[in-house]
Design a binder for this molecule. Sequence first.
Ligand code: APR
Length: 307
Amino acid sequence: MPKVSVIGAGNVGSEVARRIVEKDLADVVLVDIVEGVPQGKALDILQSAPVEGFDKKIEGSNDYAMIQDSDIVVVTAGLARKPGMTREDLVMKNGQIIKEVSKNIKKHAPKSMVVMVTNPLDVMAQLCWKTTGFENNRVIGMAGILDTSRFICFLSAETKVPADKIEAVVLGGHGDAMVPLIDYTFIDGRPVKEVIAEETLAAIVQRTRDGGAEIVKLLKTGSAYYAPSSSAVEMVDCILNDNKKILPCSAYLKGQYGLLDVFIGVPVKVGASGAEEIIELKLTDEEKHELHRSARVIKDTILLCEK
Ligand code: APR
């Protein structure tokens, strides 16, 4: 029976756990430092099983030993962004948390794959990879699926074309530094530039960049978790079922796109071995420039975190 551990039983973590058991993907262990919270949430989710009709087990704990033999560990532990806070503001605090979590993954689930969700995403993925010492295919960050999904939602609302008839790819760092590939964006098979006026498209791109912040502003306490958890579970599904789908994820680059030693959002073939292949798309000069700028921001943030 596949086993997925979810670290952090907050909004994102508990939604990830719920989606995994409801989709009958795996048994779940939910871990948090706050006593009672993972146990309470796991029990609550478990009690929905007779109604929802799933038969997977879910358990909560404060003990990392419970993550033993996990196929995948999804990391959502950390602080969520508060209004006015940028993802980078979070780096110092979440950096400490991720180092501690990663040491525990290395100790108790040394054969697992890691799906990183904690922000700033690309930086936390890199920190986890360094701390665990895992091969680079075994750590993947969830960001591009969410950014792409937000972009498609806004494109769909603008054009009234259903989301499943829209194709788009968003690369780069998560959030402010993302790079939407306009030449790879199609509305019902037509290039987006032919369907949406330049100014409107620019506004949609900006709204996608600010997608997380828009929700933080509305919620006032806490940040997005429904769409982030969907995106993380899509990656879990791909790994457990060896789907080999091409998904935009944060993965370790060793020369691809002219970038070295950095986790950043790129199209990745995701399967049983995690990030199995980085797909190199042809970019315009401007997109290349933006991707490299995005990588510089990530590298600078990593330095900040390592101080
Ligand atoms: N070990 C385990 N759990 C921890 C640790 C730790 N060292 N430190 C904090 N946590 C737990 C908190 O107790 C809390 O339950 O992480 C959980 C975070 O939950 P929320 O505050 O609800 O945050 P959430 O909205 O779930 O976001 C978590 O995901 O999308 C990202 O930006 C988001 O980085 C944030 C993360």
